[in-house]
Design a protein around this ligand. Structure first.
Ligand SMILES: NC(=O)c1ccc[n+]([C@@H]2O[C@H](COP(=O)([O-])OP(=O)(O)OC[C@H]3O[C@@H](n4cnc5c(N)ncnc54)[C@H](OP(=O)(O)O)[C@@H]3O)[C@@H](O)[C@H]2O)c1
Length: 292
């Protein structure tokens, strides 16, 4: 199979390259190779590569920055996916597009997760544009898989775990306030790439939720990760009000992998197993990176 990955320099893009590259012919296009907001370039690139499958990992992922950069967020999270969908439809390629837990308002009780059938209600510009991106893809082509995931971390790029590690390593005695009233499922981009492969192999279509199994808060995640990294720290739990951010985040960010389970293709594992494996596998690399 011929596969084109956009946003290939990011966390998920790099892991998709690793997972799909083992068995397929992959063209991995970073931001510099293909800007997905340029309609003509997108069309030309898809015509040249003639992919069977396009995996769009490009997005404006700066949740807080999106509040001040709404036009850019729309270009990246709505227009770009639409251009990819149009080109995919012309060629008959399957489009895998990635979306987010932030399409929901998080008002459900913490004992319940969001299923694919639940009504979205995004709170932030990021969430609104990602939802509009899903709709744009759906309007253009039925030949799509839209995968909503959450709290991603990988070895490439920036993420919450690396931020916590950087702060703890810089000064282990410093009190670090971490939000303890938002609940979600931290998801390893490598595991997600494997789940995407499973969906593609099984000829799935439509919207799926795919996050790690189990639930925690940002505070619990930070503590678990730093302990696995054997890094001293002084974490202090706080509320969302005590840690104000430009974008409002859902209190309940829990996604239920309902459709994956119904189809018996859920390969997502408990978040603790993946965070522990990530720490064990990349500990040296991560410590070097945050020391720079
Ligand atoms: N990160 C999370 O916690 C999270 C949670 C839920 C869902 N998601 C979704 O999962 C997907 C992958 O996220 P990720 O964490 O892997 O993101 P990431 O690491 O931020 O990667 C996104 C990539 O998109 C590239 N990009 C930016 N503008 C572009 C453009 N105009 N054309 C082409 N590429 C462009 C970026 O390149 P430059 O850096 O060079 O600009 C970057 O390499 C996204 O759709 C995201 O919305 C992420």
């Amino acid at each position: 199979m011929k596969i084109m990955i956009t946003g290939a320099g990011g966390q998920l893009g790099q892991d998709c390259l690793q997972v799909f590259g083992a068995a397929h012919q992959v063209r991995a296009l970073g931001h510099r190779e293909l800007d997905i907001t340029r309609q003509a370039r997108v069309a030309e690139t898809v015509e040249n590569i003639r992919p069977d499958l396009i995996i769009n990992c490009a997005a404006h992922t700066g949740v807080d920055a999106c509040e001040a950069e709404e036009a850019l967020a729309r270009e990246l999270n709505v227009s770009g996916p639409r251009f990819l969908a149009e080109s995919a439809a012309r060629r008959g390629s399957l489009l895998v597009h990635i979306s987010t837990d932030y399409v929901f308002d998080g008002q459900k009780p913490i004992s319940e997760g969001y299923a694919e059938t639940d009504e979205p209600g995004p709170l932030s510009v990021y969430g609104k544009t990602k939802l509009a991106g899903e709709k744009a893809v759906g309007e253009v082509t039925e030949n799509h898989i839209i995968l909503r995931t959450a709290w991603l971390y990988g070895i490439k790029g920036h993420n919450f775990l690396k931020t916590m590690l950087r702060l703890a390593c810089a000064d282990p005695a410093r009190e670090l306030k971490v939000v303890n009233d938002q609940f979600g499922s931290p998801t390893w981009s490598y595991r997600l790439a494997q789940q995407i492969k499973k969906l593609v192999d099984k000829d799935a279509r439509g919207i799926y939720h795919a996050t790690a199994e189990g639930v925690c808060t940002w505070y619990e995640l930070a503590g678990f990760f730093l302990e696995n990294m054997n890094v001293a720290h002084r974490l202090v739990p706080c509320t969302s009000e005590e840690f104000p951010t430009a974008a409002v985040r859902p209190r309940n960010s829990i996604l239920e992998n309902r459709r994956l389970k119904e189809a018996d293709i859920n390969i997502m594992t408990p978040w603790q197993d993946d965070v522990a494996q990530y720490a064990a596998q990349f500990s040296g690399q991560l410590l070097q990176e945050v020391a720079r």
